[in-house]
Design a protein. Structure first.
Length: 370
């Protein structure tokens, strides 16, 4: 009697679920912890009732395993899920072993159920972190291969054409054309180095917002002007449109960052569009300025629309790249837009074109506190 009471107290207070069955594997008893883990009542669990607690995705294989265990009179161990009546999911580890009487006859099974939800979550977080680290490692390697190519190309052009310049008897036209190549290559190199410095400043938290007053319409015109000749070389028609009258377009924000964001977006549109049209502009929506850069270029696959805003992310893999670029431009643009208090996104259809949008608060000069 004392022994039975002690055993009852033990199963009542055990921090694991305990289950006992008859020799056919039909449940005769479950302890309070089992009831708590499964969300079923004692009576619900009896016979084959315990199966009602098992997640429907795990039930078919678990049922088959349990029947096999009972018919072969084996021990068994399995990880599966309980789907509780309130919809919550609990991962459990179930173990059971056959019980024999003094004459070695099978009298039933005794089993335990341990809550392993936390272990499963930790394991999942670890696997996710490992996959993320591997992916980031892969992207960094691709970036390094890519960037060394991006730096070498203009650098080789600069050193090569500088050497040509010193050759005696060079015609005026050749001298001009070599000088143009050197200047363009230096600009290209400067852009890449600036991108690397900018992303390092963003990631280390050193980038600051530096606001001032300026006219938005003049700025849009100026930025567009910088890309006109490149767009023309690619047979693209580049147009800009302003929304506010000039006197309403005096705004207060970080001009340098805004110029950089628009330049990055225009640079991409020119790069990824052949024989098409590019439009840049803005409108006023609620109290935000909403900018757009729209092109009729190659477009972006649906599954990469969010990822391209991450550092080093490019639609083309580094081995099959047809276009130059460091994979930093959109990550820098996103960080700057967010620093200015807005958001950035893209609408795109592969083969048809892309429209990049971003917002910033409209702070008219004289209303800086808004
Ligand atoms: P990159 O230096 O490679 O252009 P970005 O960060 O500026 O780096 O852009 C990331 C990727 O997003 C690009 O490599 C390209 O695949 C894609 N992308 C960006 N803008 C456009 C666009 N206007 N049209 C098509 N693809 C684009």
């Amino acid at each position: 009697m004392q022994e039975t009471n002690a055993l009852r107290a033990f199963t009542d207070f055990a921090p694991v679920g305990i289950i006992s069955t008859d020799y056919k594997g039909k449940t005769l008893y479950v302890n309070p912890c089992w009831i708590k883990l499964s969300g079923l009542s004692f009576n619900d669990a009896l016979g084959d009732g315990w199966m009602k607690a098992v997640h429907p995705d795990d039930l078919p294989w678990l049922k088959a395993r349990w029947e096999e265990t009972v018919s072969a009179c084996k021990t068994y161990s399995a990880e599966y899920r309980f789907l509780r009546p309130d919809g919550s999911v609990v991962w459990v580890m179930g173990n059971s072993t056959p019980q024999f009487n003094d004459s070695d006859e099978l009298i039933g099974y005794i089993g335990t159920i341990t809550d392993i939800t936390e272990n499963k979550e930790i394991l999942k977080d670890l696997i996710d972190a490992k996959e993320k680290a591997e992916e980031s490692d892969r992207l960094k390697t691709a970036f390094l291969n890519n960037i060394s190519h991006e730096i070498r190309t203009p650098l080789n052009a600069i050193t090569g054409f500088c050497a040509f310049l010193s050759e005696p008897g060079l015609s005026h036209e050749k001298r001009e054309s070599f000088t143009k190549i050197i200047i363009e290559s230096s600009d290209q190199l400067l852009l890449i180095i600036t991108d690397i410095i900018n992303i390092a400043a963003i990631e280390s938290g050193h980038e600051k917002v530096c606001e001032k007053e300026f006219n938005l319409n003049s700025m849009i015109k100026m930025v567009t002007g910088r890309f006109v000749s490149r767009a023309r070389e690619q047979y693209n028609i580049l147009r800009y449109k302003t929304f506010l009258p000039d006197e309403e377009a005096e705004i207060f924000t970080d001009r340098t960052k805004l110029v950089q964001i628009l330049s990055n977006l225009l640079n991409n549109s020119v790069k990824y569009t052949q024989k098409g049209g590019i439009n840049i502009g803005y409108s006023l929506k609620d109290s935000n300025l909403e900018f757009y850069v729209k092109d009729t270029g190659m477009g972006i696959p649906e599954n990469l629309k969010n990822q391209i805003f991450e550092v080093f992310r490019q639609v083309e893999s580094s081995d099959t790249r047809n276009y130059g670029g460091s994979g930093l431009g959109l990550a820098i643009s996103k960080a700057y837009v967010e620093m200015l208090g807005g958001k950035i996104w893209v609408d795109s259809e592969p083969g048809k074109g892309s429209t990049f949008y971003f917002t910033i608060p409209y702070r008219k000069t004289g209303n800086q506190q808004l």
